[in-house]
Design a protein around this ligand. Structure first.
Ligand code: MN
Length: 263
C-alpha cells in the first residue's frame, strides 16, 4: 500500500465511521478547575471569563460572538518546553515554533485508574511502566504516554479535582524515574495526565521538584493536562491529535484533544 493509499483509507474510515473520533477534552468555561499555587510564591492563573460582544442584537444585528479571558494553562491544555525553566532556550520550544508533525502521534494509554481510585496520591514508577509494556507492547520513540486515572470524573467539581484538604493537593502522577525512563530510554513524545497538571499533587516536595515539568521540558518534549475520556481509548492503537493555538511565544494553550480509534 502506498502512503497515498494509507491516507485515502484513513479518509474513507473517517467518512464511513469505521474510524471514530473520541473527544478527550473537558469543557472550557468559568467552571473549569484551575491550578492553585501558594500565594506566597506565585501569581495565579485568572478565572476563565467568556464575555459576549453581541448576540444578534443592537451591537451586531446578524451575528453572535464572544471574547475570552483565560490563561494558557487552563482546562485540557498543552505544556510547551518554554513553560519550564529547563526548556527555556529551545528555539522550537514555544507553541508557535513547535514542529506541527508533533501534534499528531500514536498514543499509549496506561490504565492505572484502579490504583488511583484506591490511592489518590498514586505514583507511577518505572516498574509499573515496564509491566504495562510487557502486557501491551513497547512504548516507541515519538509516541505519547497517557496516564489514565479516570480523574476526569471530577472535572466539574474543582475541590474534588484538586483534592487539597489543607495539606496540599493529593493527586496521582509520575515519579522522576518514570519520566527519566520515558525520556531517555523510550524517547517518548511526551506525557499526558487527567489531573490539573502533568505532575502529581505532591510533586513540589519531590527530590527533583515537579519532575514531569522539569524533565519533559528539559528534553524539549511536551505535556498534556486535564485530559478526558481516556477510558474510551485502547491501550495501543489510538492516534492522538493535540494542536495548541499558535500563540506568539506561548508556553502552552488550551487544546481540543482528539483521538482517532478503530470503531
Ligand atoms: Mn500546564
Amino acid at each position: 500500500m502506498t502512503t497515498q493509499d494509507t491516507l485515502a483509507t484513513l479518509a474513507t474510515g473517517l467518512l464511513d465511521g469505521s474510524i471514530k473520533v473520541i473527544d478527550c477534552t473537558a469543557p472550557l468555561g468559568p467552571d473549569t478547575p484551575l491550578l492553585k499555587l501558594p500565594d506566597e510564591i506565585a501569581d495565579q492563573t485568572p478565572p476563565i471569563e467568556i464575555h459576549k460582544i453581541s448576540e444578534y442584537g443592537d451591537r451586531g444585528p446578524w451575528w453572535a460572538w464572544n471574547w475570552l479571558k483565560l490563561g494558557e494553562h487552563s482546562g485540557t491544555h498543552y505544556d510547551a518546553p518554554h513553560h519550564w525553566i529547563t526548556g527555556k532556550d529551545f528555539p522550537d520550544g514555544s507553541v508557535d515554533t513547535i514542529d506541527p508533525q508533533n501534534f499528531v502521534a500514536p498514543a499509549n494509554v496506561l490504565d492505572f485508574s484502579k490504583e488511583a481510585a484506591e490511592d489518590p496520591g498514586f505514583l507511577l514508577t518505572v516498574e509499573h511502566i515496564k509491566a504495562w509494556e510487557a502486557e501491551h507492547g513497547e512504548i516507541k520513540e515519538g509516541e505519547w504516554v497517557l496516564f489514565r486515572t479516570d480523574w476526569d470524573k471530577f472535572n466539574t467539581d474543582e475541590d474534588a479535582f484538586l483534592n487539597d484538604k489543607g495539606e496540599g493537593p493529593v493527586t496521582p502522577g509520575p515519579t522522576a524515574e518514570a519520566i527519566i525512563y520515558l525520556m531517555e530510554e523510550k524517547k517518548a513524545l511526551g506525557w499526558g495526565s487527567q489531573c490539573i497538571g502533568t505532575d502529581a499533587g505532591a510533586a513540589g516536595g519531590f527530590e527533583i521538584p515537579f519532575p514531569a515539568h522539569n524533565l519533559l521540558h528539559k528534553h524539549n518534549k511536551y505535556g498534556l493536562a486535564s485530559l478526558a475520556n481516556l477510558d474510551k481509548l485502547p491501550p495501543k492503537g489510538a492516534v492522538f491529535v493535540t494542536a495548541p493555538l499558535k500563540i506568539v511565544k506561548g508556553t502552552g494553550s488550551p487544546i481540543r484533544a482528539l483521538a482517532l480509534v478503530a470503531g
